[in-house]
Design a binder for this molecule. Structure first.
Ligand code: GLN
Length: 199
């Protein structure tokens, strides 16, 4: 077991505190990251949900895009929820906005339709602890993953659409596990951090 890892939550916009709380509940240290220099304190990073156009513009304006890209390419684990998933995608079905473009997926924004703002569903997830137990997932104007590249492992679907996936040290979910009491996705990410830091 490695020393308690520090996980940063990008704190430009969106559901930041809930992730920090969840990370702390899982026994790691969670910090809010407001400046690129703070990324160097972190063994892993979470990009929260929110509004991806706003998060992308703020990331660009604050110099986060290149800094996060190079840290992730050097091996820092990254987890994006909802708008964070969109930021990590290499391609969007529609629209032109700043993206990190790190993961080999195509994302469709607001994929579940405008009328359906938010909903909950029981998902069956692969690879997490106690995978036979359904995961109650909260979707809020969520994207889905339209296409995945060869090296992407789909860990769960809703109505046949991938909504959680991993590629190397990168994890994305279209839903918001930080808004439920279920820690299994955050624990899965913390295990990735431990594995990838050779702990
Ligand atoms: N609809 C938002 C977007 O496209 C994402 C919503 C969320 O993060 N909860 O960026």
């Amino acid at each position: 077991m490695m020393k308690k890892p520090t996980i940063g939550v990008l704190a430009l916009q969106g559901a930041v505190r809930e992730h920090v709380r969840m990370i702390e509940g899982c026994g790691a240290r969670g910090i809010m990251v407001k400046y690129p220099a703070e990324l160097h304190l972190c063994q892993g990073l979470i990009i929260p949900g929110g509004e991806s156009t706003a998060i992308g513009k703020l990331m660009q304006a604050h110099g986060f895009l290149d800094e996060i890209r190079s840290l992730v390419l050097a091996g820092m684990p990254l987890y994006g929820t909802c708008a964070g998933l969109i930021m990590m995608a290499s391609r969007l079905v529609e629209g032109d906005q700043p993206l990190l473009g790190l993961m080999d997926i195509t994302a469709r924004r607001n994929a579940f339709g405008r009328q359906v703002d938010s909903f909950e569903a029981d998902l069956s997830l692969r690879d997490v602890e106690e995978a036979e137990r359904p995961f109650r997932a909260v979707f809020i104007r969520a994207p889905w993953i339209e296409e995945v590249g060869r090296h992407v492992r789909v860990m769960g679907e809703f109505e046949g659409r991938p909504v959680i996936a991993r590629q190397d040290g990168m994890l994305v979910s279209a839903f918001h596990p930080e808004l439920t009491g279920d820690e299994r996705v955050h624990r899965y990410f913390l295990n990735m951090v431990e594995e990838l830091s050779g702990g």
